[in-house]
Write a protein that binds this ligand. Structure first.
Ligand code: FES
Length: 266
């Protein structure tokens, strides 16, 4: 099939000052084999309709801000090529499960609040967040920047491997849009927040697992997940939130059983 000269984008529009009802609007854009859906939206914005609202920043799959649904699939719009969605019209909508503020822009404040609850940072021994971080000068004779052998936060490659994949999360929220439970049970902590909690729980430098346990092991923590696994399938960074959730379920069940046997309370 020869490449078309143009392709249509069918874009979700929601302009609350005009109507309570969203509508779909079609735009014809030039087809370029190296254009992504984000390039197409930028063409619309710059050449056809400056009122279109959407998020983006890096254009290189790093910032996580450009997540949209393209032909019904949650994707990074800066990584979704027009070529893969021919012949069109290519349907572009906001990520499912987030209240739409305007056009393709969803309200992610609920996710941000959930993320804060799991304390996604290193909690030091007996102190607040970030306490006890290493530093200090390089030892005598060592090149500048070499780790101090007394540095308490050095890690072996195996210790790094424990949490490394979870540190690749870019908070793009495709996993929430793909998760059927997130729509059914909005209180569910959700894939990215749990994966990021595990990123720190599994870090040998962290002492915050007990702080996070009260959130992760709560009714709306890991338990609503039914292990559909779509969150891991759509992740553009190869993170496995579904695996993180199942792993934490085992951890929480063990802790609960230990507490039961020892007569403690959980
Ligand atoms: Fe940054 Fe797409 S614009 S990830």
């Amino acid at each position: 099939m020869s490449a078309p000269e143009a392709v249509e984008l069918e874009v979700f529009r929601y302009r609350p000052e005009r109507s309570d009802e969203p509508e779909m609007e079609r735009y014809e854009i030039p087809f370029r084999p190296d254009w992504t859906v984000l390039d197409g939206l930028n063409h619309v914005k710059e050449e056809l309709d400056g009122t279109l609202s959407y998020r983006w920043s890096c254009r290189m799959g790093v910032c996580g801000s450009c997540g949209l649904e393209v032909d019904g699939e949650p994707v990074l719009s800066c990584a979704a090529y027009l070529e893969d969605h021919l012949p069109g019209p290519i349907r572009v909508g906001p990520l499912r499960g987030f209240p739409v503020i305007r056009d393709l822009v969803g309200d992610i404040s609920d996710f941000v609040a959930k993320l804060e609850r799991v304390k996604p940072w290193i909690i030091g021994e007996g102190e607040g967040a970030g306490a006890g971080r290493g530093g200090g000068a390089a030892p005598d004779g060592a090149p500048d920047g070499a780790p101090d052998p007394g540095e308490p936060h050095r890690q072996t490659p195996a210790e790094l491997a424990e949490y490394d994949q979870y540190s690749h999360c870019i908070n793009c929220l495709l996993c929430y849009a793909a998760c059927p439970i997130h729509e059914l049970a909005p209180g569910f902590l959700g894939p990215a927040a749990i994966a990021l909690a595990q990123r720190y729980n599994l870090d040998s430098r962290d002492r915050g697992a007990e702080d996070r346990r009260v959130v992760l092991a709560a009714r709306d923590g890991v338990w609503p997940c039914t292990f559909v696994g779509e969150c891991s399938s759509v992740c553009p960074k190869g993170v496995d939130p579904a695996g993180a959730i199942q792993r934490y379920k085992v951890t929480a069940a063990r802790q609960w059983f230990s507490a039961l046997v020892s007569g403690g309370e959980r």
